[in-house]
Design a binder for this molecule. Structure first.
Ligand SMILES: Cc1cc2nc3c(=O)[nH]c(=O)nc-3n(C[C@H](O)[C@H](O)[C@H](O)COP(=O)(O)O)c2cc1C
Length: 170
């Protein structure tokens, strides 16, 4: 058996640089706070199990959405299409809370959770939060999948790798 013995601790920057090489899809997580919709971009989305279907998202404790998901009971993961980079950028940038962050963005309430569903995304996955697991400066929110709403077909997913979107030709 080989025992891993790190020479020196890996720094946050070294870890970040290493993970740049892992290509991911991009999603917009939506939820509701005080009756108002909220959204944020994320790429830490993981299918944990299929029987039953569970989906995990990882949020930094400093994000506003993290605070909201501590009292909300559900979230919706909208998986973005390759022509939706503008939405990824919008919901990752500094923006107001509430309805105005959606100005000019088409959405409708999910019939299952009431959270915003982006009709031009590839699909939306509604989840009920089953577990909240703190890890360092993040929390893993494990959701029980309540429903999947397909929206678009024939369009590839938006891909994020090496610090940029694949639509940039990286
Ligand atoms: C491609 C991409 C992926 C991201 N993935 C995550 C993620 O998985 N978890 C996270 O906490 N923040 C992630 N972010 C950062 C958040 O989108 C950003 O901090 C956002 O402004 C948080 O919004 P809020 O403060 O309203 O919650 C990502 C940003 C980008 C551009």
């Amino acid at each position: 058996m080989v025992t891993a013995r790190p020479r020196v601790p890996v720094t946050a920057d070294e870890h970040r640089q290493a993970m740049r090489h892992l290509a991911t899809g991009v999603a917009v997580l939506t939820t509701c706070h005080d009756g108002l919709p909220h959204a944020m971009t994320l790429n830490t989305v993981l299918s944990v199990s299929t029987r039953p279907p569970t989906l995990l998202v990882s949020l930094g404790t400093q994000s506003r959405t993290h605070g909201i998901l501590h009292s909300a009971d559900c979230y919706t993961v909208n998986i973005l299409a390759s022509d939706q980079r503008h939405l990824a950028e919008r919901f990752a940038a500094k923006r107001p809370m509430g309805m105005s962050q959606f100005e000019g963005v088409a959405w409708q309430p999910s019939p299952i959770t009431g959270n915003p569903v982006l009709p031009d995304a590839l699909l939306a996955i509604d989840c009920r939060i089953g577990q909240r697991i703190p890890v360092a400066d993040h929390t893993l929110f494990v959701g029980d999948v309540l429903g999947v709403t397909p929206a678009r077909t024939g369009v590839p997913p938006l891909v994020f790798a090496c610090g940029g979107y694949e639509t940039e030709g990286r």
